[in-house]
Design a protein around this ligand. Structure first.
Ligand code: PLP
Length: 356
């Protein structure tokens, strides 16, 4: 156990531990035992998701520094900026969120519904500017921070996905302790974890947390950035810096090896924020079998990965798989076209690689 709360302040924002339940029908279909850990329902904050778990540690830091405005960045349909705005709302802070065009998804309501609508309802300040997915610091984000300062505010900078930040990996490192406690209670061991990965701190935190436990397991990061090399660099950087942060505070953490980081690039095409026919088929499958709603940007791709890796026996029969659901369902509104047209749907279903 890392016991991070002994070393780092945390502002509790979520309903943790998030529930784990067995997916009976999906398990039968795939021939492996599938459980879902529901970080998508782990908070009351505007539909939650994985950022709430990360932001618990950053919010404590923002408050300690006396900041009054959270400033972050994401895509137009960013789940992250919606959750940053939610956290700002409950803590009585302001939120400025740069919302860049990261995906060329043709839809007249793309910048009006789903995540960005929720951000607006919560009194956030989405700034629609900038172009292109990248986790590096952007001028658009710097400009937003400058604008806050110019108004006499004190900004707290939260990078894309709350990832490339000294505290970004803590939430999911702590998640590993949470899973171990739930396993003990449930009398199971999850030998395989399937998780969507993009800006990196979710997988990086998990890698750090699980590496520190006695029993080893396989963590499969399903790339959603459609740039597996970039995703690997991000995960690796954050994992190593999280280990350093923990040690700097007097905690213990195990060194991370390259082989601890598994990233599968098979399910990210045709691009960040763009679903393939296979993504859409996976979303339908999880919804039809388990009433579990996944989205075309992230969880639909990790669900596609889970389904296909199990059917290919890359995840062997008899495995105990924990599918970590990181949220993202509000985005489905902005992707209704992918589910709408009947002839299109037939084509999608036929093209799905694992369709019966
Ligand atoms: N799943 C959802 C729903 C997300 O919003 C994100 C955010 O980017 C991810 C997965 C990927 O997590 P990370 O960016 O920490 O790699």
């Amino acid at each position: 156990m890392l016991s991070l709360e002994s070393f780092f302040p945390r502002t509790k924002l979520g309903f943790f531990p998030s529930p784990i339940h067995r997916c009976e029908r999906l398990s039968r279909e795939l021939g492996v035992s599938v459980y879902a850990k529901r970080d998508d329902v782990s908070s009351g904050l505007a539909y939650g998701g994985n950022k709430v778990r990360k932001l618990e540690w950053l919010a404590a830091d923002a408050i300690a520094q006396g900041c009054d405005t959270l400033v972050s960045i994401g895509g137009v349909q960013s789940n992250h900026t919606r959750q940053v705005t939610a956290v700002a709302a409950v803590l009585g802070l302001n939120a400025y969120t740069v919302q860049e065009t990261w995906a060329e998804w043709e839809d007249p309501v793309y910048d009006k519904v789903g995540n960005i609508l929720l951000t607006r309802i919560m009194g956030g300040h989405p700034i629609l500017a900038g172009y292109g997915y990248s986790t590096t610091a952007k001028d658009t984000w710097e400009n937003a921070m400058e604008a806050v300062r110019a108004k006499g505010g004190k900004p707290y900078a939260i990078p894309a996905g709350a990832s490339d930040h000294p505290l970004g990996g803590l939430g999911y490192a702590n998640f590993a302790d949470e899973v171990a406690a739930q396993e003990k209670e449930m009398g199971v061991f999850f030998d395989t974890i399937v998780v969507a990965t993009c800006t990196g701190s979710t997988q990086a935190g998990m890698v750090v947390g699980f590496a520190h436990q006695d029993k080893k397991r396989r963590i499969i990061g399903i790339d959603t950035a459609d740039d597996a090399a970039m995703t690997r660099r991000a995960v690796s950087k954050i994992a190593h810096s999280t280990v350093e942060q923990i040690r700097a505070k007097g905690g213990h953490a195990t060194d991370i090896k390259d082989s601890d980081i598994e990233i599968n690039a098979d399910f990210s095409a045709p691009g960040y924020g763009l679903p393939s026919e296979s993504t859409i088929a996976a979303i339908r499958k999880a919804a039809e079998l388990e009433a579990m709603i996944t989205d075309p940007v992230y969880e639909g791709k990790s669900m596609d990965g889970l389904i296909q890796l199990a059917l290919r026996k890359d995840i062997p029969a008899g495995a105990n798989v924990l599918y970590v659901h990181l949220g993202g369902a509000p985005a489905v509104n902005a992707y209704y076209k992918a589910f709408e047209d009947k002839s299109n749907l037939t084509t999608l279903a036929k093209a799905a690689r694992y369709e019966e």
